[in-house]
Design a protein around this ligand. Structure first.
Ligand code: NI
Length: 144
């Protein structure tokens, strides 16, 4: 988070039914006020924009979460091979034995958006990987 940012207040004209829907949205999410909800929505859009610039040089952060069949031994080797092909991208990965059959791993990844998507797509394409999601976040350097 970039510190020392000053606060700007601004007025917004908005249709009544839209703000009623928004107030309902923020109540469900337990925001204390509209300002914090609006700040989060703006940050969400800015993070998405960082990720849309796939061929840019900007460095982003994310997590790749995948569930796979523990009994497919060759699959474990394939997952490790893929991780070793991206040594500068995978910061850390954590393994959880979900049950007798299934393993969950979460990899924290950092790099250009295209690299992170390539890595996630390669894991997802492996036979025996039952679910794989890439979650986008930001280094925080450009947001306050
Ligand atoms: Ni396991």
């Amino acid at each position: 988070m970039a510190g020392n940012s000053s606060i700007t207040r601004f007025g917004v004209s908005i249709p009544t039914d839209l703000i009623e829907s928004f107030d309902s949205y923020i109540r469900k999410r337990q925001y204390k006020n509209r300002s914090e909800a609006i700040r989060d929505l703006i940050r969400e859009k800015l993070v998405a924009q960082e990720w849309e610039e796939e061929h840019g040089e900007r460095i982003v952060v994310g997590t790749i979460t995948y569930v796979y069949d523990h009994h497919k031994r060759e699959l474990v080797d394939s997952i490790l091979d893929i991780q070793h092909a991206f040594p500068d991208t995978v910061i850390v990965s954590q393994h959880v034995h979900l049950d007798h059959h299934n393993c969950l791993e979460v990899a924290i990844v950092k790099g250009r958006p295209k690299t992170l998507k390539d890595l996630s797509n390669r894991l997802k394409a492996l036979k025996g990987v039952k679910h794989c999601t890439l979650t986008m976040t930001t280094t925080g350097a450009t947001l306050s």
